[in-house]
Design a protein around this ligand. Structure first.
Ligand SMILES: Cc1cc2nc3c(=O)[nH]c(=O)nc-3n(C[C@H](O)[C@H](O)[C@H](O)COP(=O)(O)OP(=O)(O)OC[C@H]3O[C@@H](n4cnc5c(N)ncnc54)[C@H](O)[C@@H]3O)c2cc1C
Ligand code: FES
Length: 338
């Protein structure tokens, strides 16, 4: 039996390989053209040490100099020794280029563009084959006719042949303007997936916090949780600036109906808006959502919102069991990957 292994490199690049249960992760990676740094290949030097974010494996045999019992208990393992017993998500502590690999380049066809409101657009890409990513990750999409690319988080769950995105329609924005006027059938190039903002194994209640189109990666996580019910409570607080920014509420209601234990609420910052719940997401975080700190928090949105929520947690004196965030930083002009 072969398992899917996600290799997350230090530079944010993720590559997926198939690894039979009889093979080591190092051997399967090598066959896929990914050279995880190795020296002894015998569990003696520790050069191939990595961290397992999720999944089960047989750690193989090694000496204490290569991997201590304490490290093994924390989730560290040796690529030259470990054999998967389930799908795995592994953090490799070097950049992808050090393993002679990099982000995958792909081409997709624009399938549909939906103007959800004056401020927000969703679009979908039809892929030649189902794209593999971890729920919450993003890709860098080239803006056709330019040498620029922009990062967008998937709003759909992994594994489908059509992938969706949710973007803020920024007046005059390069990609926003392109997408707002694009016709289905146009080809788009992208590289990825990338990013360390992805849903880990659900071991406790989740608190999801979204600002504006920062909802996108959280929708992807919810899509994944619908297919793989979490067994813990999941609560989403979705904050926007104005009424027109509040989108995808029907999709959230559908997830609430289909994912056991999932609830959501929204608020708008504009005090003059029509939506009844006013204010910022932090005003709606209740002790029951924090669960005495035994909670995993996933936060995504524009940088000021992410900073405000981080400060809220720092000041609250409660440290969540884990805290993951993604800032939708405006892109500095970047040349597309060579
Ligand atoms: C990891 C990551 C994931 C991202 N995922 C998403 C996503 O799923 N959905 C999404 O909508 N965006 C996302 N972004 C932001 C996205 O990459 C672009 O920056 C954004 O869409 C603007 O691109 P543009 O080409 O339309 O505008 P640009 O041409 O880049 O910018 C035009 C002008 O608008 C300003 N500007 C850019 N972004 C904003 C903003 N958010 N608010 C106010 N002014 C802005 C710029 O400074 C510039 O002056 C993500 C960013 C990162 C880093
Ligand atoms: S390469 Fe030496 S322990 Fe794996």
């Amino acid at each position: 039996m072969a398992f899917k292994v996600a290799l997350n490199f230090e530079d944010g690049v993720t590559r997926f390989i198939n690894c039979p249960e009889t093979d080591t992760v190092a051997d399967a990676s090598y066959r896929a053209g990914i050279n995880i740094p190795l020296d002894c290949r015998d569990g003696a030097c520790g050069t191939c040490k990595l961290f397992c974010e999720s999944g089960k494996y047989d750690g193989g045999s090694y000496i204490e100099d290569a991997l201590t019992d304490e490290e093994a208990a924390q989730g560290f393992a040796l690529a030259c020794q470990m054999r998967p017993r389930s799908d795995l998500v592994l953090n490799i502590p070097v950049p992808s280029s050090a393993c002679k690999t990099g982000p995958v380049k792909q081409t997709a066809t624009l399938e549909a563009v939906n103007k959800l409101s004056p401020t927000t657009i969703s679009f979908s890409l039809k892929l030649a084959e189902p794209v593999t990513f971890l729920p919450g990750q993003y890709v860098n999409i080239e803006v056709p006719g330019t040498n620029q690319q922009r990062a967008y988080s998937f709003s759909s769950a992994p594994g489908a042949e059509v992938a969706s995105f949710l973007i803020r329609n920024i007046p005059g924005g390069l990609m926003s303007t392109f997408i707002a006027n694009a016709q289905p059938g146009v080809e788009l190039n992208f590289v990825g997936p990338s990013g360390s903002f992805f849903l880990r194994e659900v071991k406790r209640p989740l608190l999801l916090l979204a600002g504006g189109t920062g909802l996108a990666p959280l929708l992807s996580m919810l899509g994944h949780l619908q297919a793989k019910p979490p067994g813990h409570k999941v609560h989403l607080i979705y904050g926007v600036t104005n009424d027109e920014d509040l989108v995808e509420t029907a999709a959230l209601d559908e997830y609430a109906a289909k994912i056991p234990g999932f609830t959501w609420e929204a608020c708008i910052a504009n005090p003059n808006g029509a939506y009844p719940r006013k204010g910022y997401v932090t005003q709606y975080i209740l002790p029951e959502h924090i669960n005495g700190g035994d909670v995993d928090v996933y936060l995504c949105g524009p940088p000021p919102m992410v900073e405000a929520v981080r400060k809220y947690f720092a000041d609250s004196g409660v440290t969540p069991a884990s805290f993951h965030y993604e800032k939708f930083n405006p892109s500095a002009p970047v040349d597309k990957a060579a």
